[in-house]
Design a protein around this ligand. Structure first.
Ligand SMILES: Cc1cc2nc3c(=O)[nH]c(=O)nc-3n(C[C@H](O)[C@H](O)[C@H](O)COP(=O)(O)OP(=O)(O)OC[C@H]3O[C@@H](n4cnc5c(N)ncnc54)[C@H](O)[C@@H]3O)c2cc1C
Length: 434
């Protein structure tokens, strides 16, 4: 076994690890990733003429500093556009978000939603906000919106009892309109853009252009195909799949937290359940089509109803056209747990589901069909996470390990957060002089 020393070991070269390395500049560090190329979830695969990301990856940039960095890295290759997103339910498309766009739904559905939200808002006045997701939805939107969108969509997506789920993620991601806005949305398509994702950026060539540009700006190469297989946090030792043992001063880790805890020697007993933190994995069915394959101009569409196996269909070629009459789209389905995705082989419920929607046109021709399985897709905000996360992160920080990124910190975080957290970790380690 060979031994080496490094001041800073960056484990994982997704956006958060790359951002940390980028902001460390000329300082001494090593960055390793077990995959064959950097980028993590922000990679793009080419299948013939078609480009597919690992699920829709659109940049919602709120911080000026990140916007500036991304513009500097991608320059004229950055596309910017307003969201075109809808929901397909009750046999009609309505605009996203549902709670301000009931216009177009069957009248009885609209009335039930409005009646429910009026009562909910009257009852909520002065009452404390509930902490579980199911009660939170009823508190803010009432039983009509719950029955026609929030409950079916979120049960289908999270595959868990919504009463056992925290609301931390919903606080920033689900827009809560005023009663007047919800009422106005029943009589006309809402002109106001609601939500954090109303406008977005996307690089020409696919989302991987962003990690590629970051990688090009590093002072050291990313060591790919190198896995962190063991960790002794107390001794600050990492064991790599090459057989090398690295003594580090500080570590910046974007490994999924539960993977990191599984690799830790001498983990305190009270943190052992952290090795089983819960998450959803995601299956993306990617389709390449030719001809007038779809009439939709939407970027993505949600499917709350159980009769469709997928919860979302996205059309990459409506964001980044790849050629005349070429359509690339993905069907996204979640599974509970990591690495437990069935490969559907004997029947094709996804394609059958798509064919049964107005998105499908018989004048199109299916050219390619491929699958991407994402082991770590969405973090589950349950009691175990609430209990263990702060303690695990504090213990690791005490051992010199800065956890960053969506799975490193086990949270529902976006690409912008990954870029910020990587930079902040670099700044903490260098005393703000990164
Ligand atoms: C389906 C889906 C859609 C999304 N859509 C959006 C969106 O539209 N907009 C948005 O802003 N965000 C989106 N996100 C979130 C976004 O992908 C993440 O926030 C971001 O990419 C996380 O970057 P990261 O560096 O933290 O993690 P990752 O990209 O997961 O990077 C972690 C890296 O660690 C490496 N690694 C793991 N284990 C080891 C090991 N033992 N040794 C060495 N290396 C290891 C991995 O190979 C990987 O490269 C989406 C996520 C998913 C799953």
């Amino acid at each position: 076994m060979s031994r080496s020393r490094v001041k800073i070991l960056i484990a994982g070269a997704g956006l958060s690890g790359l951002s940390a390395a980028f902001h460390l500049g000329q300082r001494e560090y090593r960055i390793v990733d077990r995959e064959a190329r950097p980028g993590g979830l922000c990679r793009t695969e080419r299948v013939g003429d078609y480009l597919f990301d690992y699920g829709g990856h659109l940049l919602h940039l709120r911080a000026d500093s990140v916007r500036g960095l991304v513009r500097e890295l991608l320059g004229g290759r950055l596309l910017e556009m307003d969201r075109r997103s809808s929901i397909y339910s009750h046999g009609v498309f309505t605009r996203y978000p549902f709670q301000v766009n009931t216009y177009g739904l069957p009248e009885e559905v609209v009335l039930e939603c409005l009646d429910g939200i009026r009562k909910a808002r009257a009852e909520a006045a002065g009452a404390p906000e509930p902490s579980d997701f199911e009660s939170w939805v009823l508190y803010h939107f009432g039983p009509g919106f719950a029955r026609h969108f929030f409950f079916p969509f979120n049960r289908k997506f999270f595959k868990m009892n919504l009463r056992e789920m925290d609301t931390e993620w919903a606080q920033w991601s689900i827009p809560r309109p005023t009663l007047a806005e919800a009422e106005a949305g029943a009589t006309a398509v809402s002109a106001k853009a609601f939500g954090y994702n109303a406008r977005f950026f996307y690089p020409k060539g696919g989302i991987e252009e962003l990690p590629k540009a970051l990688t090009a700006g590093l002072s050291r190469p990313v060591e790919t195909g190198v896995e962190v297989v063991g960790l002794d946090p107390a001794e600050r030792l990492a064991l790599l799949s090459t057989g090398e043992e690295v003594k580090y001063g500080r570590m910046i880790s974007s490994l999924p937290l539960r993977e990191l805890l599984r690799r830790c020697r001498n983990l305190p007993e009270e943190l052992a359940p952290g090795r089983d933190l819960d998450c959803l994995s995601v299956r993306c069915r990617n389709l390449g089509l030719e001809g007038q394959a779809t009439t939709t101009d939407q970027h993505w569409i949600y499917f709350p109803e159980e009769r469709f196996p997928f919860h979302r269909v996205g059309v990459y070629s409506n964001i980044h056209p790849i050629g005349p009459d070429l359509v690339s789209l993905y069907l996204e389905t979640t599974f509970r747990g990591a690495g437990v995705i069935d490969v559907i082989s004997s029947s094709d419920p996804e394609l059958d589901g798509l064919r049964s929607t107005p998105l499908w046109s018989e004048s199109g021709r299916l050219v390619s069909s491929s699958v991407m399985n994402i082991d770590y897709g969405y973090v589950v905000y349950d009691e175990r996470r609430r209990r263990l996360l702060p303690r695990a992160l504090t213990w690791l920080a005490g051992c010199g390990v800065e956890c960053v990124g969506r799975y490193g910190r086990w949270e529902y975080a976006a690409m912008e957060d990954a870029l910020i957290q990587g930079r902040e970790a670099a700044e903490r380690i260098t005393g703000g002089r990164a």
